[in-house]
Design a protein around this ligand. Structure first.
Ligand SMILES: Nc1ncnc2c1ncn2[C@@H]1O[C@H](COP(=O)(O)OP(=O)(O)OP(=O)(O)O)[C@@H](O)[C@H]1O
Length: 649
């Protein structure tokens, strides 16, 4: 609580300092510089959603920024639109184009996405240039500072308007990212497959992320148009888009302070690079600083001389270069490139991440979400209702899954009775995981029918299937590593939210209620699997056995009818396995049906009601554990493969 008040006071001081700046420093140049930094920061808040949270690349944001600037510019120039109309229209139009930009992100990732988004930005720039009947082409558009409520804003008043917009954007983006929407974005980065299987549609949330991000770019663009009082197409070029990306990475992704720091750097950096004298001073100072850090670091044995060699040589080379160069203009992009390389190599978490690591500070989000921490329910697992009413929860018949010539599943029938634990065993490569993937919509079967609760599963998306009541864990743990244990479970509780963007931005009573309930329920589910002590720990830092339990808690958050556990005991110690068995039994007591894939025969034999055995994609036996264990075909299958004969319970 104290840190919360502390941070609030710090924010208040920052806000007051920003407001007072133009009174203290009555120099229009510096006021304009700070105004530009704030406008860029608004854009970077949005870009960070896409880059930092969902983990996508966008080189199209300079284009979106230009689109926002031109929407405002054209509306004012051609129609004399008032300020608020121009701002809202810019946000709307840009958000629409954000959806367009999201389309390629649904199909490609990494360098391909970078190329497509770059093309998008370039096309927007070309269109602005060519459509001179609207945009006045290369001539650009001149604007004046806008009137607000009948009063024409002067330089200083417009600056204050930008301060207010910055603070509003900061609050809104912060709330979005702390909400179920932000968790959905972050989950996409952590594991798209797991997101989908938690009912968080990767498609939908990628589009949302781009749309919201673009909205901020639009707002920033329109403010920029008024701020500069002149817009022309060549501002929104490749250099600017690279600078935006550099700012997010250098400042530190997933951090609002990082965005503001990044904005400051990219506004000041070109100024620095315009003035060769200043650049010489700064590069010499940097070289000295790097050398001092290297010497101290090596003496304190925190780094090796080898690790520091490149930064030291690099910074000395930069200082040398600064004296050799007469003018910087031609070198700007190369220097940005070198900085980008440096950041990617040495500052992967950006400046904010570096400082946090150095000072051993935890990310604010790594703390426990306290809204609901008071009274974790002892038993947060929902009791599965008898949906459909049939005694069979799942019926699969004639399932064929073919990968090229390989039939990973060959004409498999599977009937799972409600409220039972159904074991699925077989040697390595026999098709068990493939069956899980078919049941959860990750693979569409080549042939066959699968019905769950009376509805067919074939052809439905993973998130749709998850929401209809099938939850799963993964053979190779698929947690959202950078999120805390509690947040991982909260992603599973995404389906409990009805709040929309407005609820999140304004913190309506509905959102507060849902958010507190989810935080509380997540703690309850963690308690159910014995992980409440790890609630605030990032998932990637948990021991392997705990990670498997966390996956179960997250899956239970979906309130499933059917829970698919893919080798939950793999890698667990004997006491952990005992705990796991108790947990699975408790899950069954809640009426949840379990399909259990497991190589530990003692686990399978001690708890399963029915066991099905797969071999080379075919079901070779089915029945009660003891009967299956004695089956000659099963023994043959296991002895024929690499595995040992199933051990008696
Ligand atoms: N996407 C895919 N493309 C091609 N082949 C695949 C694919 N997924 C699975 N297979 C193949 O299907 C077969 C069955 O694999 P699956 O992972 O389902 O086996 P499993 O019984 O779960 O084995 P394990 O116990 O090792 O996890 C294997 O031969 C595997 O190589």
């Amino acid at each position: 609580m104290n840190t919360k008040i502390g941070r609030f006071l710090l924010a208040l001081v920052g806000f007051a300092a920003l407001l007072l700046f133009p009174i203290g420093i009555d120099n229009p140049y510096y006021i304009h510089l700070l105004e530009t930094i704030m406008i860029y920061a608004i854009l970077l808040f949005g870009l960070d959603i896409v880059v930092g949270y969902t983990g996508q690349v966008s080189l199209g944001h300079a284009g979106l920024f230009g689109l926002g600037a031109y929407t405002a510019g054209v509306l004012v120039y051609k129609l004399g639109a008032p300020l608020m109309v121009a701002l809202i229209a810019s946000i709307g139009v840009t958000a629409l184009f954000g959806a367009l930009l999201a389309l390629p992100a649904l199909r490609v990732t990494g360098p391909y996405l970078a190329m497509v988004t770059l093309a998008f930005g370039t096309i927007i720039q070309i269109l602005i240039n060519e459509m001179s009947f609207i945009t006045e082409g290369p001539m650009g558009i001149k604007l004046t500072k806008p009137p607000l409520f009948g009063h024409k804003l002067d330089e200083r008043e417009f600056y204050w308007l930008v301060v207010v917009m910055l603070v509003l954007s900061l609050v809104v983006v912060h709330r979005i990212l702390r909400s179920h929407l932000g968790r959905a974005f972050e989950a996409l980065r952590g594991s798209p497959v797991a997101s989908d299987c938690m009912g968080v549609s990767v498609y939908r949330y990628k589009v949302y992320a781009f749309v919201i991000s673009a909205g901020f770019a639009g707002l920033a663009g329109s403010l920029y148009a008024y701020s500069e009082q002149y817009i022309s197409p060549n501002t929104y070029n490749f250099e600017l888009t690279v600078l935006f990306l550099l700012a997010v990475i250098m400042g530190g992704r997933k951090s609002r302070i990082g965005a503001m720091l990044g904005a400051t750097i990219i506004v000041l950096l070109p100024k620095l690079l315009d003035d060769v004298e200043l650049f010489r001073y700064v590069s010499v100072a940097l070289a000295v600083l790097v050398m001092v850090v290297a010497v101290v670091g090596v003496q304190m044995k925190r780094v090796t001389p080898k690790q520091m060699a490149i930064p030291v040589v690099g910074s000395i080379a930069l200082a040398g270069l600064s004296f050799w160069l007469q003018t910087m203009t031609d070198w700007r992009l190369s220097i940005f490139g070198v900085i980008m390389l440096f950041v990617v190599y040495y500052l992967q978490d950006g400046i904010v991440g570096f400082v946090r690591n150095a000072l051993n500070l935890r990310r604010p989000k790594a703390r426990l979400e306290v809204e609901g921490a008071g009274i974790a329910p002892a038993d947060a697992v929902a009791t599965a209702a008898m949906a459909g009413g049939q005694p069979e929860v799942l019926q699969a018949s004639g399932v064929l899954m073919q990968f090229g010539g390989l039939k990973a599943l060959n004409n498999v029938d599977l009937t799972v009775r409600r409220g039972t634990i159904h074991g699925l065993i077989g040697p390595n490569g026999s098709g068990k995981s493939t069956m899980m993937n078919v049941l959860t919509g990750i693979y569409v079967p080549t042939a066959g029918a699968i019905s769950f609760g009376g509805r067919s599963l074939v052809g439905r998306t993973s998130s749709d299937i998850a929401l209809s009541g099938i939850a799963r864990t993964f053979q190779n743990v698929q947690l959202f590593g950078e999120m805390t244990a509690q947040q991982n479970v909260q992603v599973g509780l995404h389906h409990t939210f009805r709040s929309n963007l407005f609820d999140v931005a304004v913190h309506t009573p509905r959102y507060k209620r849902e958010s507190a309930a989810a935080a509380n329920r997540a703690l309850g589910l963690l308690k159910f699997v014995g992980l409440e002590a790890f609630a605030a720990e990032e998932a990637r830092n948990l021991p392997y056995g705990k990670q498997r339990l966390l996956e179960i808690a997250r899956a239970l958050a979906l309130d499933p009818q059917l829970l698919l556990l893919d080798e939950p005991a793999a890698g667990l110690t004997a006491p952990d396995i005992k705990e796991l068995i108790a947990i699975i039994r408790k899950i069954r007591e809640h009426g949840v049906t379990v399909i259990l894939i497991e190589h530990h025969m003692d686990v399978v034999m001690s708890m399963c009601d029915t066991v099905s055995v797969l071999d080379f994609g075919q079901k070779i036996a089915e029945g009660e554990p003891a009967a299956v264990q004695a089956d000659a075909k099963v023994i043959e299958a296991y002895l024929g493969g690499q595995e040992a004969e199933p051990q008696p319970a």
